[in-house]
Design a protein around this ligand. Structure first.
Ligand SMILES: Cc1ncc(C[n+]2csc(CCOP(=O)(O)OP(=O)(O)O)c2C)c(N)n1
Length: 650
């Protein structure tokens, strides 16, 4: 085929795909070409928006095969974690949405019921799909409905305990159900643990290695993405099944095992899936894939196979387009290493996210003092408790949204034992493009009720370093240090410190005490300037440690006419709520208004867009504050109007 014909044909098959039926009708050759077109499409689109490119490139053939063998949405296709559902979205008629992927009002980066009847579960937290599948299969058995239930789960997600609880139940129930294990050997980084080792014996098999080497050699001489490479890959894809030995492990669980199958061979996957579909009981189909398959910058990215670039990237190199910024994560990572240099008892824990949380930096310097526990936040917390019992001070670095999983472990296993464990919560508050389940807005409320747990919310790099040091100096209970996503805020020095509370600005008049939590320090300064223009004096404070509520904060509140709190977390049980209670307990009668995130499901978009939607900009807050303080002279407290974003059900 000439180059012109090739260009003319680009996207030809993809344009015919409006739903699963269109894929079912295609021939083997067409499917191979379609897979190539899908990869071109994914790279072209995701390179503009950012998103989970590596995982999706790895499941193109798997997803095509799933939609050919099963009849979605009647048959239920469940995607564990959900970050690898882009191909499913393409097949189910959502190609047009990819220009707006993860943008406000655009396509979600995860399955979304609102988008399609083909999306059954809305997720983003790993290791849940097998439990959903267990329940669905039981429900259809009880209701006498003949529908297939299929869950696609990665080897990374399989390190999560919920998967093993589910497998135990699935085996016991014996209902028909298909579990497709997408085994690419990686979470972000290579998957760790006994299970991973077991699976990797397969990948280390010399026969399999030979195939991979041939693929790698071929990549050097082919264009980045596209059809020619697929022809080469096809040529080397022979014999993969014969080259490797089946694994007994899954059958030991009492679940039928099919595989290993080459996950990039649609026909081979289809054969396995059809066998599994007709088996009449639970079956695991073990598919071996390569993360980032077919796109050289992803395949060759040692760190995480381009797991999920946060923004636009260069197609040739896979490098992010945006100028690199110093992020909160970097400040934490550097300071942790500095602390570890001084304190041999300080160790780090990550739950399969060493690079994204910055723990990787510690691991590079002190590999023997760093533990990657897999996608196992609950285990991370209690294992940290064990480390602390053993005389160490663990620093557990997780995204704020994922620590929700480990509430009971933090409460009882760590806090009740008064153990010195520091939880560092990255991506706290409104995060943005990953949507509702990735927002780190619950931590201050949920963990605020844990007795003896101290929570710090630094406002800039300097206070992050300082509060991290204060946290690891605590030896009689757990601490949390939480900070948001993105570039770290410019340093904002305090004018003075009262107890643990930093006063950021004050004036001769003490009308309003504005409690700016964490990264809202700068917003607080802007609000004070705007409100000052209306003739009111605002004292802006950063409590630094928000739990327990500092006694000095209550004293400061007593010296003002109005207290306003602003925080990057849910209002119910948040810092405002806690301060109001502390003021009631101290019989401080000053009215308080709390601004924060309503307890609701907030859509994806940029952090700034979502904060603006919630009325959490300097302009909005200044308007609220001015309105409240100006009415105070004439109205009673109860008559103070609600802020813009206060839903009535709160
Ligand atoms: C509870 C939880 N912890 C951490 C994460 C972050 N995370 C997203 S994808 C991922 C790796 C998943 O690996 P795997 O299931 O093998 O899928 P792959 O990306 O390799 O296709 C992790 C750790 C998460 N989504 N949920």
């Amino acid at each position: 085929m000439s180059a012109e014909e090739d260009t003319a044909n680009q996207g030809r098959l993809l344009a015919r795909v409006h739903g699963p039926q269109d894929v079912k009708r295609m021939s083997g050759t067409e499917l191979d070409n379609l897979a190539a077109e899908i990869r071109d499409f994914l790279v072209a689109k995701v390179s503009r928006t950012g998103g989970h490119i590596g995982p999706n490139l790895g499941v193109v053939e798997l997803t095509l095969a799933l939609h050919r063998v099963f009849d979605s949405p009647r048959d239920r296709l469940l995607f564990d974690t959900g970050h690898q559902a882009y191909v499913h979205k393409i097949i189910t008629g959502r190609q047009a949405g990819f220009d707006q992927l993860r943008q406000r009002g655009g396509l979600s980066g995860y399955p979304s019921q609102a988008e399609s009847e083909h999306d059954i579960i809305e997720n983003s937290h790993a290791s849940t799909a097998l439990s959903y599948a267990d329940g669905l299969a039981k429900a259809y058995a009880l209701r006498g409905e003949a529908r297939s239930v299929v869950a696609l789960v990665g080897d990374g997600a399989l390190t999560g305990g919920m998967c093993w609880e589910a497998l135990n139940n699935i085996a016991a129930a014996g209902n028909p159900l298909v579990i497709v294990v997408n085994d690419n050997g990686r979470s972000y980084a290579p998957t760790i643990g006994g299970l991973a080792d077991h699976l990797s014996t397969l990948r280390l098999n010399p026969g399999y290695e030979k195939v991979l080497d041939a693929v790698k050699d071929a990549l050097g001489s082919t264009p980045l993405v596209g059809k020619p490479m697929y022809e080469v890959l096809h040529a080397v894809k022979r014999g993969i099944k014969d080259a490797v030995a089946p694994q007994a492990m899954f059958e030991d669980l009492g679940i039928k095992y099919v595989g290993p199958v080459d996950g990039h061979d649609v026909a081979a996957v289809e054969t396995a899936l059809r066998a599994a579909k007709n088996f009449g009981g639970p079956v695991i189909v073990h598919a071996v894939t390569r993360k980032g398959y077919g796109y050289r910058p992803a395949e060759e990215d040692e760190a995480d196979c381009l797991h999920g670039p946060g923004g636009a990237f260069d197609v040739e190199t896979g490098q992010l387009v945006a100028a690199p910024a110093v992020k909160w994560t970097h400040v934490f990572a550097d300071e942790l290493v500095a602390i570890a240099d001084e304190r041999p008892d300080v160790v780090g824990i990550t739950a399969a996210m060493a690079e994204p949380t910055g723990i990787a930096k510690l691991a590079r310097k002190y590999p023997e003092r760093t533990y990657d526990v897999g996608i196992a936040e609950q285990h991370a917390a209690t294992s940290a408790a064990g480390l602390a019992l053993g005389g160490l001070h663990p620093v557990v670095a997780v995204y704020a949204t994922f620590l929700n999983r480990a509430f009971d472990q933090v409460l009882l296993d760590v806090a009740m034992h008064k153990l010195p464990v520091t939880f560092v919560l990255d991506r706290a508050g409104i995060t943005g493009p990953d949507g509702p389940s990735h927002y780190g807005i619950w931590d201050m409320s949920v963990f605020g009720v844990v007795p003896g747990l101290r929570i710090a919310a630094p406002r800039d790099a300097a206070t992050l370093r300082e509060e991290l040091r204060e946290a690891v100096a605590v030896d009689d209970g757990p601490t949390v240090v939480r900070f948001p996503t993105g570039a770290v805020a410019a340093d904002l020095p305090a004018v003075r410190r009262v107890g643990t509370v930093d006063v950021l600005t004050e004036s001769a008049r003490t009308d309003v005490l504005l409690v700016a939590v964490g990264s809202f320090g700068q917003l607080g300064m802007e609000v004070a300037a705007r409100v000052a223009e209306q003739g009111y004096g605002v004292t802006v404070v950063d409590p630094r440690w928000v739990r327990p509520v500092p006694a000095e904060l209550v004293e400061l509140a007593a010296g003002h006419r109005l207290v306003v709190t602003v925080e990057d977390g849910v209002r119910i049980g948040g810092v405002g709520d806690a301060l109001a209670q502390a003021m009631r307990d101290a019989d401080v009668q000053v009215p308080l208004r709390d601004l924060g995130v309503p307890a609701d499901w907030h859509p994806h978009g940029s952090r700034n867009q979502i904060l603006a939607d919630l009325g959490l900009t300097a302009q909005d807050v200044a308007r609220d504050v001015t309105g409240w303080i100006s009415r105070l002279d004439t109205q009673t407290v109860d008559a103070l109007p609600l802020p813009n974003n206060t839903p009535t059900h709160n």
